[in-house]
Design a protein around this ligand. Structure first.
Ligand code: MG
Length: 314
């Protein structure tokens, strides 16, 4: 028997589909990223500001944040959009840890929280050196179980008179490593303006970190075997908007959100091409049953496009 809900969803998706718009700077390499027949699909719209996509392999669905509406949403091909968690304490970035638990960066909660398997939400880190975090933005998990996250000040209110951020306790906007086993938190980079999205290279020797402040670019930190962090040279600069969320694929290419959609860079920092969206993208993730769908959160909407490669990072 045909499922009426499924028919509605399929009709819904068809009605929102839009022609793909790509630009290949390096056509042969771009073909290894996006199949020739691919097209961009608008999966859903009408949100406040979408961010934090993460693919939940166990359940076969995507979660993503609507920051101003204080909700984490859920999308699946069979069920469409539903509420996953509300209120979300204005959650921004989400990711999955090694045990499949969801980690969330809460703006107004000013913490990184973990959703336990029993449904409880536990604070992993909310302070550094005795001061509250600003507003954690995005988080990734290394294969040793440590989580690395950024803490810009976007989630703090600005005093209209002084232009200062209200309630800011940290002396800067740092990038952190947190070990959930020991509870230890280390600031691994203090020289970013507004550190934002981050992703490891496939061999985890590099950590790419987007700076969406001034200047707007992606930098590459070097990670030694003992965990020591050094370097931080500029990896690439965007020609449209600021980099926000980023992901790395299995070949080491860096996929970054941009003012015109998503831009793809080779491990050498040279642009391969772009996926042009009707709205500026804030974040992206690989997912889908075979890991070869790119989900893109772009302002009020959620978009997807098939890819020819899977993501290296969670
Ligand atoms: Mg972000």
């Amino acid at each position: 028997m045909k499922n009426p809900a499924k028919i509605i969803i399929v009709t819904f998706l068809s009605s929102l589909g839009c022609a793909a718009d790509f630009e290949a700077t390096q056509p042969a390499e771009f073909a290894r990223c996006i199949p020739a027949e691919a097209r961009v699909t608008k999966l859903a719209g009408g949100f406040g500001f979408t961010e934090g996509p993460a693919w939940i392999k166990e359940g076969g669905y995507l979660i993503f944040s609507d920051i101003p509406r204080d909700e984490i949403r859920k999308w699946s091909s069979s069920g469409g959009v539903a509420t996953f968690r509300a209120p979300s304490r204005n959650t921004n970035g989400n990711t999955i840890d090694l045990e499949g638990r969801i980690l969330s960066c809460e703006h107004s909660g000013r913490r990184v929280a973990r959703l336990e398997k029993d449904g409880t939400l536990r604070t992993l880190v909310d302070s550094f050196e005795g001061r509250k975090l600003n507003s954690p933005n995005d988080v990734v998990v290394k294969s040793d179980g440590t989580l690395w996250f950024t803490d810009p000040e976007y989630g703090l209110k600005t005093d209209p008179a002084t232009k200062q951020k209200v309630g800011k306790e940290q002396p800067g906007n740092f990038v952190y490593r947190h070990d959930p086993r020991t509870g230890r938190t280390t600031a691994i980079a203090r020289d970013f303006d507004q550190p934002n999205g981050l992703a490891f290279s496939p061999d985890e020797r590099k950590l790419y970190v987007a700076d969406s402040g001034k200047p707007r670019h992606i930098r590459a930190l070097e990670i030694a075997a003992d965990g020591t962090v050094s370097g931080g040279a500029v990896f690439c600069t965007l020609d449209k908007g600021a980099p926000d969320g980023i992901r790395v694929d299995t070949a080491g290419r860096v996929w970054t959100s941009s003012g015109d959609g998503v831009q793809i860079f080779g491990p050498d920092g040279k642009r391969i091409g772009r996926i042009i969206l009707p709205e500026a993208a804030a974040n992206l993730c690989f997912g889908g049953p075979d890991g070869r769908t790119l989900f893109m959160t772009a302002r009020t909407s959620l978009y997807a496009v098939p890819t020819a490669v899977a993501g290296a990072s969670r």
